[in-house]
Design a protein around this ligand. Structure first.
Ligand code: ASN
Length: 326
């Protein structure tokens, strides 16, 4: 007889673990044990533990590194078939992508959470968690890296963003759709994400690697970019307008920053579509000529993770190195 798959659930906080405090505000307060009803869910045996208990709007790079280490530890355990991470939705796209970048195992990692808190009259967390466990337990999930399972859909980490603040199904994959669904407790897959070779885990230097984002808008100038450099930024991503455009002030700053050895990435403030270095007069063509690295169609907050990880590992990102990711 085949044994039940074993799924390890790591809890980090988020709305799935939140309830109202004495000031009437929702805060992460429940642990892994409170989220699970028993030690067998669907067709899987489950063991859970708390890694932290925080709203995902409170996570820093150190917390992300600790989550990466916890997940890597579970994946290395021969008795574990898949890992689920419960997590706030606000920054789930960052954690999921960082986990995917370092994911070297064929075992799946599935993030999930909730849009309504645990003490809501109709919470969505319990159902989402059950489905995430089903996805992580599925032999069909093997080789698909890190995913997000939410409201019945399974998304590849890369390219997936929180696209709605309150909708029960808030995630969308830019330039694509879900790679699978969980139906009646069974995960089904439609496609296999393309994933580059895994990078090494974030080192302790990741905690203090600073990558800031500055946004281009009518009237924007270089003041915030200069402040970021002053604050010690190792990398700065320009959230350009349209296909990735700046202006003359941002261009002059980019020339100086690149000369000074700061990594300057070029992304866009538009939710979907690639950066195309096309325009002059401070547009993307000029920025790239000045040394800004075009970040393709990788969502901007995921691009921030990629640059932070590479920089923390002592690498100097260049277009050839980034090509497989963006
Ligand atoms: N739905 C959620 O989980 C949002 C929450 N603010 C968090 O990210 O922790």
């Amino acid at each position: 007889m085949q044994s039940m798959p074993h799924v390890s659930v790591l809890a980090t906080g988020g709305t799935i673990a939140s309830s109202e405090n004495d000031r009437g505000a929702s805060v992460a307060s429940r642990g892994a044990g409170d989220l699970l009803d028993g030690d067998a869910v669907g067709g899987a045996s489950v063991a859970s533990r708390d890694v932290m208990r925080l709203g995902s709007y409170l996570l820093g790079h150190r917390e992300l590194r600790l989550i990466c280490e916890a997940v890597a530890g579970e994946l290395a355990d021969g008795g574990v078939d898949g890992v689920v991470v419960t997590h706030g939705t606000d920054t789930m796209e960052e954690t999921a992508y960082l986990l995917d970048l370092i994911h070297a195992s064929s075992k799946p990692v599935v993030l999930t959470g909730a849009q309504r808190p645990a003490d809501h009259a109709c919470p969505d967390g319990p159902g989402n968690l059950q489905e995430a466990i089903a996805a992580a337990a599925s032999p069909l999930a093997r080789g698909k890296g890190t995913m997000i399972s939410f409201a019945g859909n399974i998304y590849a980490a890369r390219g997936t963003r929180k696209a709605h603040t309150v909708a029960p199904s808030p995630f969308q994959t830019m330039g694509g759709g879900p790679i699978g669904q969980v139906v009646d407790g069974q995960a089904r897959f439609l496609s296999v994400p393309i994933r580059p070779k895994a990078l090494a885990l974030p080192p302790p230097a990741f905690d203090t690697t600073r990558v800031d984002i500055i946004t281009v808008h009518p009237g924007s100038d270089d003041a915030l970019a200069r402040a970021a450099v002053e604050a010690g930024a190792h990398g700065i991503i320009i959230a350009g307008s349209g296909v990735g455009n700046g202006n003359s002030s941002i261009l002059a700053w980019t020339e100086e920053a690149v000369q000074a050895g700061i990594t300057v990435g070029l992304s866009t403030r538009v939710p979907e579509g690639p950066v195309v270095p096309f325009y002059g007069n401070g547009g993307g063509a000029d920025l790239v000529r000045a040394g800004a690295l075009p970040l393709g169609s990788l969502p901007i907050f995921q691009a921030r993770m990629l640059l932070a990880l590479l920089l923390s590992q002592g690498q100097t990102p260049n277009p050839e190195m980034l090509a497989v990711y963006v």
